[in-house]
Design a protein around this ligand. Structure first.
Ligand code: SAM
Length: 278
């Protein structure tokens, strides 16, 4: 491997996260590469217990994709491969992308355990189309991943890249933690969705309008942190609209949301096709 490549993929060998002297000041889009270090990635599947997650999500994403006739799906936040593997099992043609090399390596390993060879591509969302080929019927960006973008320009840029990678009638499925609830009323998550491993705790250490810093504690005493941007739901919908998507349906915890409900997660399903396009 050329030296610059080895440095570029430092997360493949790094064992410790580095937030420097002032962790609350770390509010950078690029930092996700250093946060998901190899040792944290190895633990990630304890955090998101696959069996419990299959149970929680059910057929939700599969039904949405099938209803719209989607076949070719790009998972832009593959992580350890959970959604890619579920969609491959359901018969979709899946390409698995992620900007973090340690995550992609783990996803490939997990794919093999389920008898799949994942089609992986290392790609950062901000310049996604530089690294992927062709157009897709659907893009999924799940597991509260978009929260890693700290700069509004990066968010707009990523959504523009997703839009460009979709066929004319393609859809984007993107989820987010219900940060409004945490910012406005404090943390009350039951850890029911996504973060399903019951021996692992995920709790906010710090919250302000520009930073959600979460601590993840594991049974062996190890602790990891993630610094994320607390996306408000209305802001997120507006950004998706402004990227050119014509229609957005938002679900709460895999069901159609009613205003009085206060789910842990929101799932936005955004359609590219203009209603007049025929
Ligand atoms: C919270 S994990 C979710 C993984 C998976 N979707 C799941 O639900 O288990 C977020 C993923 O987004 C990836 N990611 C964050 N920012 C990114 C960016 N700018 N470009 C590409 N991948 C990014 C991270 O590397 C990480 O694998």
């Amino acid at each position: 491997m050329p030296r610059e490549q080895a440095i570029e993929n430092h997360e493949l060998i790094a064992t410790r996260q580095d937030y420097g002297d002032d962790p609350l000041a770390v509010r950078e889009t690029n930092h996700y590469r250093q946060e998901y270090v190899k040792t944290f990635v190895e633990k990630w599947d304890e955090l998101i217990d696959w069996d419990a997650r299959v149970e929680a999500e059910g057929q939700f994403f599969i039904d949405i994709l099938r209803e719209r006739g989607c076949k070719k799906v790009l998972d832009v936040a593959t992580g350890t491969g959970f959604n890619s593997v579920q969609l491959l099992k359901a018969g979709f043609d899946v390409t698995s992308a992620d900007g973090n090399a340690a995550m992609l390596a783990k996803a490939f390993e997990n794919g093999k355990k389920h008898q799949f060879i994942l089609k992986t591509t290392q790609a950062d969302w901000r310049w996604l189309n530089k690294d992927i080929r062709g157009k897709y019927d659907a893009i999924i960006c799940l597991g509260n991943s978009f929260t890693h973008l700290f700069d509004e320009h990066d968010r707009r840029r990523a959504l523009a890249e997703f839009y460009a990678a979709l066929n004319h009638d393609g859809i984007l499925i993107i989820d987010q933690r219900n940060y409004d609830a945490i910012l406005d009323a404090g943390f009350s998550s039951q850890h029911k969705f996504y973060y399903c491993g019951d021996r692992v705790s995920a709790e906010p250490e710090h919250m302000d309008e520009g930073l959600a810093r979460f601590k993840y504690s594991f049974p062996d005493g190890s602790e990891y942190r993630l610094n994320m941007f607390p996306l408000r739901r209305a802001y997120m919908s507006r950004l998706i609209h402004e990227a050119g998507f014509q229609k957005i349906d938002t679900y709460g915890d895999f069901q159609e949301t009613h205003p009085e409900q206060d789910p842990d997660f929101f799932v936005h399903v955004a359609e590219k096709a203009h209603p007049d396009a025929g």
